[in-house]
Structures are given as C-alpha cells and as structure tokens.
Write a protein that binds this ligand. Structure first.
Ligand code: ATP
Ligand code: MG
Length: 417
C-alpha cells in the first residue's frame, strides 16, 4: 500500500481525553478513532492488525475442531428469561432496546443462551456430539469504567466458542485442548512469556474458571503467580482454602497486576437444562448436553500488545500481528534515482508476496522516520542515494533498533511470503 493514498493522519501529540497508553498510541498512529468513551472504530492500519489477530485465533480454533458461525447482535429475551439472566440485577452490563410495536430486545453481551437455543435444532442423539462452535461477533456491555482504551470497550468483537459434549470426561479433554490452543494464540501474538493460565472464579457449576492473564502494570486485575508451576491465582479466589486445595503456599507466590486476555469456563448442564438442549444416549435415555464457553477479545489482545511492547517512539508490532511486514521508506524526490530504486524494490517485494507499506510521500526524512517509528512495522527499509549508487539499503529492526546495510538480492531472499 502506498502511504500517499492512506487517508489516516498521524499526530505528534497524545489526545487529551485518553489516559491509557494503548488508546493514546493507537489514536496518534491512526489505527483507531474514538467515537465516544469506550467506543472505538478501527481504521485501515488498525483493522489490518485486528484481522491478523483474528486469523491467529481462527487458525487455533479450527485446529481443535471449531466450526465458525455468525450469530446476531439482536437477541430474543425469551431465551434469556429461561436461563434467568435477562434481569439487570443478574447481568449488570445489559444494553437493551425496544421494538416499535412494543416488546424488548437485548443487544448481545454473550451468546450462551442464543447458541444453546439454536443447537436444539441440530443435536438430537449422542451421534451428533461432540460439537464445537465459535464466532467473531460484536458484544455490547454497559461497562462503568472505560479508561483502558480498546481493552475495555462498550462495543467490542469477541471470539466466543462453545463446546457441546456427551459427558464430563469428554468435556474435560476438550477443555484442556482449548487451554493449550489459547496459550498458542498468546505466544503467536507475542505476549506468551507474560501470560499465565490463572485460577479464577467459576459459576454455579464449577468452582473455578480459567483466565489467561498477561502481567502488565496497566492491568485491572491482581494475580498471584507461582513461577515454579507457571500458573497464577486471581485475587478474587485467593483464599487460604483455595491455596490448600491447590497445594500452594502463600510464600511461593508473587503478586502482579495483569490484564485478562481470555477466559474459559466450564458450564456443566446449566444452559442445556434451562433451554432444553438434550440428546439421546446410546441406551436411549435423554440427557442434557455438557457445555463450556471460551472467550477472547481480539481488541483487548491488541491493546495488551501495545501496553507491553511499545516504547517511547511508538508502537512495536510482533511480525505475526503487524499491519504490514515491511515499511519501505523512500528518500527519493521527483523520480530521481533513489525514487526509482524505491519503486523498483516496492514492486519486487510485492511480487514476492510481502505486505509492504510504501512511504512514497513527499516529506522530510525526519518526518517519515518519526511516522515509521510511531506506526511500528517490524522492519524498515530505507531507500536513499546509496541504494541507487551502491545497491545497498538500510534495514532497521523496529524492536531492537539494530541496523544493517543489505543488498537488494539479500532483501528479497530474506523477505518473501
Ligand atoms: P472483565 O472482567 O475484564 O470485565 P469479563 O470477565 O467480563 O471481563 P468475559 O465475559 O470473560 O469478560 O469475556 C471474554 C473475553 O472477552 C475477556 O477475557 C476479554 O478478552 C474480552 N472482553 C471482555 N470484556 C471486554 C471489553 N469490555 N472490551 C474488550 N474486550 C473485552
Ligand atoms: Mg472473564
């Protein structure tokens, strides 16, 4: 993509109405636009990054047998009344709306009810199980605090997967596969080393759920990490009883602030029983389906990457989630030799299948470098006078700042799809 055609502008100053680092940098770099508090639109660079994250998650969900769907945002109160969660006193983040001719609708904050009701049409016998269904879909939550930028939005995309199993053993096997897939997601997104599987509060069915918490000072949660076991305990379940149950002593733990990037949840038969999702067993009995739910917020994950990896110059994207692989910066002017060398390398990289942002704008070098640092694409290739005269290009790693002079041939050998 030619940067001269990109409609978004970068800003030198942080927006005054943002307190979080992720929102400040993402707005400055033109990745997102704040519509109002807790509500963000994704612009071309931001959308590309979000889509790369979504694709990592999609690959990992497909690898454990997930089938993708897209359910609606408008929800039927009927299903929620059956599970007892329509009441604002039970779920305090509801956004609800009204039909013209009377009657209420819900704006989705999660999809256990809707999907369980839907699966009644598709699951009848033990032969129809197990099933794993997921989506990337907009959730609405009337969050009271919206100070964490895109990490806590009132409208956000969630990946939510729901598991449907015959019995508890089959459920548990899948649950562990899902936990492993989650760790793959966070590793591939570049935050694996700081992300811990964390004992957190469960629901009416199980004592615990498992959160995935990324250690970061900007986090809203407090966790206690056991380095030896590589797991953590959320403050909300950090009691003497729980420590005894887990065989962990207080002295073995260190406290840290963390961001909840994912949450997986055993549901038992709570929703299947309430909504009539039963199946015939091999010996002809009717039993409720065993369920679990598995959420990740791709936007929260993107914000977490910013909080953890960015520096005082701007964003720093790991290669797997970066909006482009290479930022090609031309220092040429008006079709001079350097400008021609840059055009030539742009074509060659694109032909090799490399995603390139090509800074072909008529601006001073300093401005272009500042923008490149702010936008945070992993590799910057500068095309200057030396490139046309000596055939070498300055290649800089955004994360480490290390620079090398590399020939066109070596660039094409290193960067290809
Ligand atoms: P929190 O405790 O932070 O409010 P939650 O426990 O209510 O989150 P879940 O219902 O477990 O959230 O949602 C699953 C995942 O969706 C979370 O782990 C997180 O990644 C993401 N998520 C939840 N709320 C938001 C939000 N307001 N904005 C962006 N992502 C969110
Ligand atoms: Mg949660």
């Amino acid at each position: 993509m030619r940067q001269s055609t990109l409609f978004t502008k970068t800003r030198r100053e942080a927006p005054k109405d943002e307190v979080s680092k992720n929102a400040q940098l993402l707005v400055r770099a033109g990745f997102v636009h704040k519509e109002m508090s807790g509500v963000y639109s994704f612009l071309p660079l931001g959308l590309r990054t979000l889509e790369r994250i979504v694709n990592i998650i999609r690959e990992e969900m497909n690898a454990i047998g997930g089938q993708e769907v897209l359910l609606t945002t408008l929800q039927d109160p009927g299903a929620w009344k059956k599970s007892g969660r329509w009441d604002d006193a039970v779920v305090d983040v509801w956004f609800k709306t009204k039909l013209k001719n009377g009657g209420e609708l819900g704006l989705a904050n999660t999809h256990e009810e809707a999907l369980t009701a839907l699966m009644v049409d598709h699951i009848a016998s033990y032969k129809d199980l197990p099933r794993y269904v997921y989506q990337f879909q907009n959730k609405f939550r009337n969050e009271t605090r919206a100070k964490s930028g895109i990490m806590r939005a009132r409208e956000f995309i969630m990946k939510d997967l729901y598991s449907f199993n015959r019995d508890e053993t089959e459920f548990k096997t899948f649950y562990e596969q899902a936990a492993a897939a989650y760790l793959n997601v966070f590793r591939r997104a570049g935050i694996g080393e700081k992300t811990y599987r964390t004992f957190a509060s469960g629901g009416s069915f199980s004592k615990f759920s498992d959160e995935f918490q990324t250690v970061c000072d900007a986090g809203e949660d407090t966790i206690y990490i056991h380095d030896g076991k590589g797991v953590a305990i959320n403050q909300e379940v950090y009691t003497d009883d729980v420590l005894a149950e887990l065989g962990i002593a207080r002295e073995e733990l260190r406290e840290a602030k963390a961001i909840e990037v994912g949450n997986i949840f055993p549901l038992g038969t709570k929703y299947s029983a309430a909504l009539g999702l039963t199946f015939k067993t091999a010996d002809g009995k009717d039993e409720p389906v065993w369920m679990g739910s598995y959420g990740i917020g791709p936007g929260r994950l993107m914000g977490t990457i910013v909080e953890l990896l960015s520096d005082d110059k701007g964003l720093v994207w790991p290669a797997e989630v970066a909006p482009f692989r290479v930022h090609l910066v031309s220092l040429g002017r008006d079709g001079d030799a350097a400008a021609r060398a840059a055009e030539d390398l742009y074509d060659a990289l694109r032909n090799a299948g490399v995603e390139v942002l090509f800074d072909d704008r008529d601006l001073r070098a300093g401005e272009k470098f500042a923008d490149a640092d702010l936008i945070g694409i992993p590799t910057r290739i500068v095309v200057g006078r030396d490139s046309s005269e000596k055939g070498t290009f300055e290649v800089t790693d955004r994360a480490t700042g290390s620079m090398e002079l590399i020939t066109r041939e070596d660039i094409l050998r290193t960067y290809h799809a």
